[in-house]
Write a protein that binds this ligand. Structure first.
Ligand code: SF4
Length: 369
C-alpha cells in the first residue's frame, strides 16, 4: 500500500518498571529474544507500505532508551533502507537513568535531533510517590550525556499531584527552566488524556495558570494546552496531530491516519497486545483493533476540536478550503452559542478557545461533532 504522509510514529512498548499511575500499555520485558522479534516485526510492518517519505519521525513508548543500543542500531539501519527522510525533526523518548553513552552514540549515527525526557519531578519524594524508578541524581547524570548544542530537548513534568504542595511543583519548574530545554510539556496528573490515571479531583486551574505565567516569564510560550516552547521550537511532529495532517504509526498500539488506495481517509490503531501484533504481522493479518473511515464532516469537526487545543486556535477559512466544504450549519450554530457563552472567540474567522473554554475543552468538543 502506498501511503503519502509526512509523519512516522514508531512505538516501543518496553519499560524497565511499570509506573503505577500510567495507563499506557507497557511491557516490562527483559528477554532480548522477544525484544529482537518485536523490532524485526516493526521492519516487516514497514515493508507492507511503499514509497515512504517523511519530514518527521517520532520514536515513542514505553521507554525506547531502555532497549539495548545494539538492537536499536540494527533497527535504524534496516529502517533507513526502507524509507526516505528529510531529516527535519527526529525525536526519541528517553527516561532518566535508562541509557548510557552507547545509546547516545547510536542516536547520533542516525541524526536524531530531538530528545524528549520524562523527568516528571526534580524532587526525590515526589518521584517516589509517583513510583518512578529514577532519582534526581539520575536525571542530572542523564542530562550530562545530552549535548544541548546538538539536540533539541523536551522535558516532561507532572503537576497537580495529590498531597504535593504547589511550592514543590514550582521548585521543579524553576530547576527545569535552569536546565534550559527548548521545550517543556507540563501535564496534569489528574487528566486522563495524558495517559495518567484520572481520579475524581478537579484540575487545579489556578496552579496551571501560575505555571503558564512562570514559563512565559522565562521565554517559554504556550502553544498547546500542555506544551510550551522557546521561539520556533514547537514539536513539529505533534503539530501534525493537532493540524489533523496525516501520519503512519508502526508498532503495537500505534495509530495511523491517511488516505488509503481508494482515496478514503482512514484511521486505525494497532492492537496493544505485542504477541497478537507480532503474530498478526508475521501472518500478514490485519493487526488493528480500531478502524474507521472519516467522512468530510467528521474531518472538519475533528480539525476544529484539535485546532482549539492550540493557543492560536484555527482559521475557519483554512478548514473550509482544506476540505473543500463549508462547515455545517449545525456546527456553526453551536460555535455561535459557545461564543455567546464566552468559551470561544472568533476574529477574522480565527476561532480560539478562551481561558474558560480551554478548561472545558473535552465538553466543548461534543458541540462541534
Ligand atoms: S510512565 Fe513511561 S516509563 Fe512509566 S510505565 Fe508508563 S510508559 Fe513506562
Amino acid at each position: 500500500m502506498i501511503v503519502a504522509v509526512k509523519g512516522l510514529y514508531i512505538h516501543i512498548p518496553f519499560c524497565d518498571t511499570k509506573c503505577p499511575y500510567c495507563s499506557f500499555y507497557s511491557y516490562i520485558e527483559k528477554d532480548e529474544t522477544i525484544i529482537d522479534k518485536y523490532f524485526n516485526t516493526l521492519i516487516k510492518e514497514i515493508k507492507s507500505y511503499s514509497n515512504l517519505y517523511f519530514d518527521s519521525i517520532y520514536i515513542g513508548g514505553g521507554t525506547p532508551s531502555s532497549v539495548n543500543p545494539k538492537i536499536l542500531d540494527r533497527f535504524f539501519n534496516s529502517l533507513f533502507k526502507l524509507i526516505k527522510f528529510s531529516g527535519e525533526e527526529f525525536t526519541i523518548e528517553v527516561n532518566p537513568g535508562s541509557f548510557t553513552k552507547d545509546f547516545i552514540d547510536v542516536i547520533d549515527i542516525y541524526n536524531i535531533n530531538r530528545v524528549s525526557m520524562g523527568v516528571q519531578s526534580l524532587d526525590n519524594n515526589v518521584l517516589k510517590l509517583l513510583g518512578r524508578n529514577h532519582k534526581v541524581t539520575d536525571i542530572y547524570k542523564s542530562l550530562e550525556l545530552i549535548d544541548l548544542d546538538k539536540y533539541r530537548l523536551n522535558l516532561d513534568m507532572i503537576y497537580d499531584i495529590p498531597t504535593v504542595e504547589d511550592n514543590i511543583i514550582f521548585d521543579t519548574l524553576d530547576d527545569i527552566v535552569k536546565i534550559n530545554p527548548s521545550h517543556i510539556s507540563a501535564y496534569s496528573y489528574q487528566h486522563e488524556d495524558t495517559g495518567y490515571l484520572a481520579n475524581s479531583v478537579d484540575l487545579d486551574k489556578t496552579l496551571f495558570k501560575d505555571i503558564e505565567n512562570r514559563l512565559h516569564e522565562n521565554g517559554y510560550n504556550k502553544y498547546e494546552v500542555s506544551n510550551f516552547s522557546k521561539k520556533s521550537m514547537e514539536s513539529k511532529h505533534n503539530m501534525i496531530y493537532w493540524n489533523m495532517n496525516e501520519y503512519l504509526g508502526i508498532g503495537s498500539s500505534a495509530s495511523s491516519m491517511y488516505h488509503n488506495d481508494s482515496n478514503i481517509r482512514v484511521r486505525y490503531t494497532n492492537t496493544a497486545d505485542i504477541d497478537k501484533y507480532i503474530n498478526g504481522v508475521e501472518n500478514s493479518d490485519k493487526v488493528f483493533d480500531e478502524y474507521e473511515e472519516l467522512d468530510i464532516d467528521k474531518q472538519i469537526s475533528e480539525s476544529l476540536i484539535f485546532g482549539l487545543r492550540l493557543k492560536n486556535g484555527i482559521d475557519l477559512n483554512d478548514v473550509e478550503s482544506k476540505y473543500s466544504k463549508a462547515i455545517s450549519e449545525s456546527v456553526l450554530k453551536n460555535i455561535n452559542i459557545l461564543i455567546t457563552k464566552g468559551l470561544l472567540t472568533c476574529q477574522k474567522k480565527r476561532l480560539v478557545a478562551t481561558e474558560r473554554g480551554t478548561e472545558v475543552l473535552d465538553t466543548l468538543s461534543l458541540y462541534l461533532l
